[in-house]
Ligand binder design. Structure first.
Ligand SMILES: Nc1nc2c(ncn2[C@@H]2O[C@H](COP(=O)(O)OP(=O)(O)OP(=O)(O)O)[C@@H](O)[C@H]2O)c(=O)[nH]1
Ligand SMILES: [Mg+2]
Length: 263
């Protein structure tokens, strides 16, 4: 019997949420991967839905709006007074994706330089980390530089191939449409360069906040289910395993399998 309360009705994801801009998306397909859909229908998602929790680490310069973003989504609250995060905080959010329960653990790190070493210890071991990085849209040039440092630190502690990156422009409400379009061009260029999916949103108005987290949850879910299928694919009962005397071939086969997993 499950001890967890049921997933909230407004956290149910039945379709792949679309990206913010096709120009700055790592994935542009319209639907969930067909293997993932079938696995969910047949309840073959392994540890995803039971024990798996995807870790989302939110990093960025101080006062860019990391805490407000998490609070808007998790508590539907917004505080206009700035209270610096000390060290690190976290929230859990439960979703149901294609009928399977899935949780995101949202790590809210401190932007202040003096807490940076504390925050960086939390990046460690986050093999399934998703790293939304963000900057204050209106001060993009400053933040881009700082942002890169944060990103580099987070990636130092994780295998970059295991991390999905989101570059998030916060405080969209502060820019006029004209300012915003110039800022966005630069942001999209940066997102392409660092292979991140770009989003712009406002925690004050709530614009795109829900859409963004639904997208993060869905992409994290998909990657986790595909990894689970890949793992279980190699140990079906009754499978015939050909053992070749040339061990290089074995290695080549397993490498090939891996590279197909996320297509
Ligand atoms: N206008 C506007 N202000 C925002 C928005 N998001 C955050 N702010 C304001 O920006 C300030 C900093 O927000 P926080 O979320 O505390 O920033 P942070 O990135 O968590 O800062 P640290 O914890 O120091 O790293 C606060 O005064 C917020 O009210 C937004 O979308 N629009
Ligand atoms: Mg904070």
């Amino acid at each position: 019997m499950s001890v967890l309360p049921p997933v909230r009705k407004d956290r149910v994801i039945a379709q792949l949420p679309q990206c913010y801009s096709k120009k700055a998306a790592v994935q542009t397909k319209d639907e969930f991967n067909s293997k993932v859909k079938t696995a969910c229908q047949e309840q073959r998602t392994g540890t995803v839905g039971r024990f798996k929790i995807a870790k989302v680490i939110v990093v960025g310069d101080l006062a860019v709006g990391k805490t407000c973003l998490i609070n808007r989504f998790c508590k539907d609250a917004f505080d206009k007074n700035y209270k610096a995060t000390i060290g690190v905080d976290f929230e859990m959010e439960r979703f149901e994706v294609l009928g399977v329960p899935f949780s995101l653990q949202l790590w809210d790190t401190a932007g202040q330089e003096r807490f940076k070493c504390i925050a960086s210890t939390y990046y460690r071991g986050a093999q399934t980390a998703r790293v939304p990085c963000k900057f204050h849209l209106t001060y993009l040039n400053v933040a881009m530089f700082i942002h890169r440092q944060w990103l580099e630190d987070a990636l130092k502690e994780n295998d970059p191939t295991n991390v999905q990156l989101f570059l998030v422009g916060t405080k969209k409400d502060l820019s006029s449409p004209a300012q915003y379009s110039q800022i966005e061009q630069d942001a999209i260029k940066l997102a392409e360069e660092i292979k991140a999916e770009y989003w712009a949103l406002s925690s004050l108005t709530g614009e795109n906040v829900r859409e963004f987290f639904f997208r993060v949850a869905s992409l994290a879910f998909e990657v986790n289910v595909l990894a689970e299928l890949e793992k279980s694919g190699s140990r079906h009962i009754g499978d015939v395993i050909k053992i070749n005397s040339n061990s290089n071939n074995l290695y080549a086969t397993s490498k090939k399998k891996q590279s197909n997993c996320c297509q």
